[in-house]
Design a protein around this ligand. Structure first.
Ligand SMILES: O=C(O)C1=C[C@@H](OP(=O)(O)O)[C@@H](O)[C@H](O)C1
Ligand SMILES: C=C(OP(=O)(O)O)C(=O)O
Length: 458
């Protein structure tokens, strides 16, 4: 019998009025990276400080950048092309982006580099990136299992030219080669095959590179991306709120009548997950922006929403788990498709949400396409659920945060594991939910065996 720490989430009657949205993880990570690749000083304002942006900072420091945390901004003294890999080892922890981008960048390291990550990252798909980089001339060796982290990149650069990638496994393979390509001697042409998912992340990469003076050409259908050799230039950059993180706060606001205002938001964003705003409006809530004050106000006049809804999440993968939580409280049918890429994220996210929400009594069924989890369909009656369950986060911050908001409208407290993983992307998650009036506390759960768990006092 073992003890594990869980968060007990109490049922909530209504939200109080204000919270702040954390800054964007993808924007912060991209800005730190582009600043590292520029020779000279860049300033990144309103950056996000969390485990995965720290992983990016440490990886950039490992190749010689100086990254200093000032009050609400970062100073990055970049290295340009002159990597000096003193410690020869980069730990991406759980960040797919850090691992993939540094796998490509260390092709240009003067010394061999070992790149690794945590147990979840070591299980994630990497082979298409290794194959594309090999085609460009890279010399990458897998240390443990073929096609997986950790790796040794023996360096030697890549020339540029053509490489090929699938469009439906991870946009981070494309982002990784794009970021490294300006260091090559010739233009690099990335040909993307089949359905292209998570395009908004490719747009964010191109935007970060162009902001640093790099020329990137993208065909209208996104199937061909050409990156020209060039020198990254130092820049100043302002990061705004993270729409994926906002989805947990906005999602909670969708579950209770009332008016809630969120700060640190820009209505204009390249983030695909800005779609949370359209989803919530389609359900019937009112959302207003004040771009002078960077505020977003959500007005919810109903205790539940009714209708027949379908959303295609192909370009907003990271809010798929949140949508499952919100959709559980809709009266009618709530379908999400286009989420196949999420099976390759930190957990098989659709499977995880279907299994955990089923424990709560939600009528949710997975939707398969070509034999893989692609979405889900929920039939709800607009009511809450009994709750009183022990729920697993599957080791994934986004599953934890989604189950947390689903728990707010259960009649009995749920116990959720994995709460420290909010530090991956949303370190003040509990502070912001406390501001909204949510009550939770840490408890021990006695784990008798996998099928039998019972809450106990902390
Ligand atoms: O480049 C990025 O910052 C990301 C790209 C996306 O990955 P996939 O293309 O694998 O979905 C996204 O899901 C991930 O959370 C962050
Ligand atoms: C999956 C995520 O990021 P990454 O792919 O960079 O690990 C995430 O933010 O949930």
């Amino acid at each position: 019998m073992s003890k594990r720490k869980y968060i007990q989430v109490s049922p909530l009657a209504g939200l109080t009025d204000q919270a702040a949205i954390p800054s964007s993880k993808p924007e912060t990570q991209r800005a730190i990276l582009a600043a590292t690749l520029a020779r000279g000083r860049s300033i990144i304002r309103n950056d996000l400080r969390c485990v995965e942006t720290t992983a990016m900072k440490n990886a950039c420091r490992a190749v010689g950048a100086k990254v200093t945390e000032a009050d609400r901004y970062l100073i990055v003294d970049g290295v340009g092309r002159e990597f000096s890999l003193g410690q020869r080892m980069i730990d991406a922890i759980g960040s797919g982006l850090v691992f993939r981008v540094f796998t490509a960048l260390t092709c240009f390291s003067p010394t061999p580099a070992v790149i690794t990550g945590d147990a979840i990252l070591r299980g994630r798909v990497m082979a298409p990136l290794f194959e594309a980089l090999s085609k460009l001339g890279a010399n990458i060796e897998c240390i443990a299992e073929n096609g997986k982290a950790p790796i040794v990149n023996w360096g030697g650069g890549f020339e540029g030219g053509r490489c090929d990638l699938p469009g439906n496994v991870s946009s981070q393979f494309i982002t990784a080669i794009m970021f490294a390509a300006p260091l090559a001697k010739r233009p690099t042409e990335i040909h993307i095959h089949g359905e292209i998912l998570s395009i908004s992340y490719i747009r964010q990469t191109a935007e970060a590179m162009r902001h640093a003076g790099i020329e990137v050409d993208i065909s209208d259908d996104f199937a061909t991306i050409t990156v020209h050799p060039g020198e990254y230039q130092p820049f100043e950059y302002q990061v705004y709120g993270d729409y994926t993180s906002s989805s947990y706060l906005v999602g909670a606001a969708a579950l209770f009548k009332g008016t809630t205002t969120f700060s640190n938001v820009s209505s204009v964003s390249l983030q695909g997950e800005r779609a949370i705003v359209d989803v919530i409006r389609t359900l019937g809530l009112k959302i207003d922006f004040d771009d002078q004050k960077h505020l977003m106000t959500v007005v919810n006049e109903k205790s539940y929403f009714e209708g027949d809804f379908e959303f295609d999440a192909s370009d907003y993968p990271n809010i798929v788990p949140t949508l499952a939580a919100i959709g559980s409280f809709v009266k009618g049918r709530f379908r999400v498709v286009g989420g196949s890429i999420t099976r390759l994220h930190k957990s098989p996210r659709i499977k995880a949400m279907v299994e955990e929400l089923t424990k709560l009594g939600v009528d949710i069924k997975p939707i398969f396409r070509d034999g893989v989890y692609d979405g889900f369909e929920i039939h709800g009656n607009g009511e809450g659920y009994a709750g009183g369950q022990v729920l697993s986060s599957w080791g994934d911050h986004r599953i934890f945060m989604s189950l947390f908001i689903a728990s707010l409208r259960c009649r009995n407290p749920n116990h959720l594991d994995g709460y420290s993983d909010v530090n991956c992307s949303f370190p003040d998650f509990f502070e912001q939910f406390s501001r909204l009036g949510v009550q939770f506390r840490e408890v021990n759960v006695l784990k008798v065996d996998a099928s039998q768990e019972e809450p106990a006092e902390a």
